[in-house]
Design a protein around this ligand. Sequence first.
Ligand code: ZN
Length: 224
Amino acid sequence: MIPEKFRKAVTFSYDDGNTQDIRLIELLNQYHVKCTFNLNSGLNSSDVWYYKNQPVRRLNLPECTELYKSHEIAVHGSFHRNMTELDSPTLHEEIFSDRDRLAEIFGTMPVGMAYPYGSYHQAVMQVLQKAGIRYGRTVCASHSFQKQSNLLAFQPTCHHDDEDLFQLADKFLNSDSDDIQIFYIWGHSYEFDGNHNWDRIEKFLDKIAGKSDIFYGTNAEVLL
Ligand SMILES: [Zn+2]
């Protein structure tokens, strides 16, 4: 929950648990902001693929408890399967086994989730509820800072490569609304390597971090 004295909150959500998270976390920690990392506990460093000619390798999560310790860990499916294409037992397995393995590794039961490929439907949301998962992030940009009532189909404000990112940041910083305003940014850390734009997230953090009237929390701290 956003502490009462704040009317604004900023939160980040990054997916897949790749080696580029190391550089991203260094930056986030430097700016004292919080992120939720959506992780696939069934995959490890032997699963390599290429994004715009840059290798993308997953981290071995049991070695990463120190790395992620100031942030929230959330479910992203054990094997990053498209959840709308699974039969019921496989869907349950994908969600429950990821939740339980992440809880075992990081010592806290996950309460959140990001949908792989942004794909979900009613049956997926029902399994999330059974698993005690209280919010599910989609990939649909809202370009908004309003609180949302359906947290199982949560729409982020925008992706970090959204062309309106800095315009939205100005709007957010200048807002004097009495309603709670939430700026929610998502992405994948490997995209900064592939697009050669680590300076973009630094510039954004420079702008948005360190303000006394903004609460910087994990997704769970801000949304629940
Ligand atoms: Zn993903």
